[in-house]
Design a protein around this ligand. Structure first.
Ligand code: MLT
Length: 239
């Protein structure tokens, strides 16, 4: 487990990276693909996002942009998973840029396999890892601007604690795995409360996004696993 993209070992990538940004990028990506979006492509830079999506008509694409929790003016939508209804996203190609989540995706984009996890779909992440048994797996929290986040760590803990229950898996992890599991064990029955204690949870509450926070705190309500299409592409489709 790594709490931030910056804390991952330099010049290395794992066999499999699981990028986690529970509030809200990886919740949004999973929700959009579950709602029938064709694909979601991530960008750290809004201008590159706008340029890359330029060739598609507005009926074929949706541009999602968020900074500091707020919608970016030049985009169609912010980063709310609740806006990604099937009516909005079905058959569309999505282009997304967010404060921290897309940076975390960029950091590990050259791993053999990159998938995304959130509380709403971590069960399918566990199933995927149990089936594929990659030699080394990084669970990478997006954090907030280089700092630790409770919501990403508790999700890493949920994934790790499910994995260690699986007899086929021998898990040797860093100290962060042990503390992530402890965090999940402590808070698994009160995730909404934990998220309201989290600094980014508080930011979302200040922006009147309580429903987003509650949605992101639900466990395994969807079975969709976003997976990167080719090393370095930052293009995600449902497995
Ligand atoms: C991020 O990438 O930092 C987030 O997903 C922020 C958010 O939209 O809540």
């Amino acid at each position: 487990v790594y709490h931030t993209p910056e804390s991952t070992p330099e010049n290395q990538v794992p066999d499999c990276a699981v990028v986690i940004d529970v509030l809200r990028a990886t919740t949004t990506i999973a929700t959009a693909l579950d709602g029938g979006a064709k694909s979601v492509k991530a960008f750290s830079d809004i201008d590159l996002l706008l340029a890359d999506s330029e060739g598609l008509s507005p009926t074929e694409r949706l541009r999602l942009g968020e900074r500091g929790g707020k919608k970016v003016e030049s985009c169609d939508m912010g980063n709310s998973p609740l806006d990604c209804t099937p009516e909005m996203v079905k058959d569309k190609q999505l282009f997304i840029s967010t404060t921290n989540g897309t940076r975390a995706l960029q950091r590990v984009q050259n791993a053999d396999v990159v998938i995304t996890g959130a509380m709403i779909n971590y069960g399918v992440v566990v199933d995927f890892l149990a089936e594929k048994q990659p030699n080394n797996v990084w669970l990478v929290g997006s954090g907030w601007e280089g700092g630790y986040s409770l919501e990403d760590t508790v999700c890493a803990g949920a994934i790790a604690s499910s994995l260690i229950k699986n007899d086929n898996i021998e898990m040797i992890g860093n100290d962060e795995v042990v503390s992530a599991i402890a965090l999940y064990q402590q808070w698994q029955h009160d995730l909404v409360k934990l998220f309201t204690l989290a600094s980014h949870g508080q930011r979302l509450l200040r922006l009147d996004l309580t429903d987003d926070l509650k949605y992101c705190a639900q466990e395994n309500i969807i079975q969709t696993l976003p997976i990167q299409q080719g090393k370095g592409s930052l293009l995600f489709k449902a497995l």
